[in-house]
Write a protein that binds this ligand. Structure first.
Ligand code: BT5
Length: 324
């Protein structure tokens, strides 16, 4: 079972270079030494490697460059987020799978994550490019007790959580472009897609899709997005441990989503504003019906973007694409 393998890896990481014998693992997990040996073999096939010290046991010497459940589990520091991980190397879209899981009753904090999406999507069925092994392509299930009209604020809350996690792990602080993009030096490194399962008056689940370009080189981006996209590696100059970043993201998502449900958006608003590159700028907001041009002067305590039009009137924008 995947979870037992995760526990074995966790145990070896915590041993911090000291060998643990097959017998000891067998005793701790209540299975035979042969069963342990089989798990070790399978882990080796997945890119984990061990040194075997005669008579004394296993030392973990290498882990794969993946976002598999074992790697994330080892790095987790949450109460419940990420405690259930659905991982496959390749998926159509983590959103689709997470929707099905949520419908089947998956609990809050369940995540769906993969190395590659073959049909990753953005808002309004736009395509989301998800290069294999380079990014974080993940969906997180929330079960907040909020009315459906508040759900867009969840995108803003997530943007703050993601910004802080990226800053912690890479030392690079992205800017938030209202409502759902994170930019670095004006280029998109992250997109957020907030989808709902709801009754008219009640949210059953929020399925939050998070796409982050992490270890892409410039050449990893397709022609269509090469001028508008960037990655954390390109800007930081460092290869990033994606699993560690996932764990940090889940840490902040757990904290901020709980705070939001308890206290609303107001206490998170000033932090959001301090990361925003939208506020104070002259922008063009394309909504489903219209185009508005003006100066973005702030967001309300409900997360609605306030645009001052050239005739001085203030227009509340609930959902739009922004060009700066
Ligand atoms: C978004 O949409 O920015 C939300 C993206 C959410 C992706 C995640 S990955 C895990 C989960 N599973 C999914 O299937 N989706 C979610 P939007 O604001 O509509 O932006 C889409 C636009 O961004 C596209 O039309 C492209 O111009 C551009 N784009 C596509 N792939 C990109 C990438 N990898 N990096 C930067 N920009 C990209």
């Amino acid at each position: 079972k995947a979870t037992l393998k995760n526990e074995i890896i966790k145990r070896l990481v915590e041993a911090d270079g000291k060998p643990i014998s097959g017998q000891q693992l067998a005793d701790e997990f209540g299975i035979s030494r042969t069963a342990i040996w089989k798990h070790m073999k399978q882990l080796q096939e997945k890119g984990y490697d061990f040194e075997t010290v005669k008579k004394r046991g296993y030392i973990l010497t290498a882990t794969p460059d993946t976002v598999d459940d074992a790697k994330i589990t080892v790095a987790l520091e949450t109460e419940k987020f990420g405690h259930r991980i659905i991982y496959e190397e390749s998926m159509t879209s983590t959103q689709t799978i997470a929707h099905n899981q949520a419908q089947d009753g998956a609990s809050e904090g369940t995540i769906v994550i993969c190395e590659e999406q073959t049909a990753g999507r953005g808002r309004m069925m736009r395509e989301w490019k998800s290069t294999k092994g380079k990014g974080i392509w993940m969906s997180v299930i929330f079960r907040p007790e909020i009315p459906p009209y508040e759900a867009p604020q969840f995108t803003l809350v997530a943007a703050v959580a993601l910004t802080k996690a990226i800053d912690d792990v890479t030392g690079v602080r992205p800017e938030i472009k209202w409502p759902n993009d994170l930019l670095i030096q004006g280029k998109k490194c992250t997109g957020i897609l907030t989808e709902l399962q709801a009754d008219p008056d009640r949210v059953n689940a929020i399925i939050m899709g998070i796409g982050i370009n992490v270890n892409h080189e410039q050449a990893d981006f397709d022609e269509e997005i090469k001028d508008i996209a960037t990655s954390l590696k390109i800007v930081s100059g460092k290869h990033i441990d994606r699993a560690a970043l996932v764990a940090r993201i889940l840490y902040y998502l757990e904290i901020y989503s709980a705070q939001y449900v308890k206290e609303g958006f107001e206490p998170i608003k000033s932090e959001w504003e301090s990361y925003s590159c939208t506020i104070g700028s002259r922008i063009r907001a394309t909504t489903l019906q219209d185009v508005f041009i003006g100066k973005a002067i702030g967001i309300t305590k409900d997360g609605v973007l306030e645009l001052q039009l050239d005739d001085g009137t203030i227009k509340g924008i609930y959902s739009a694409d922004i060009t700066l």
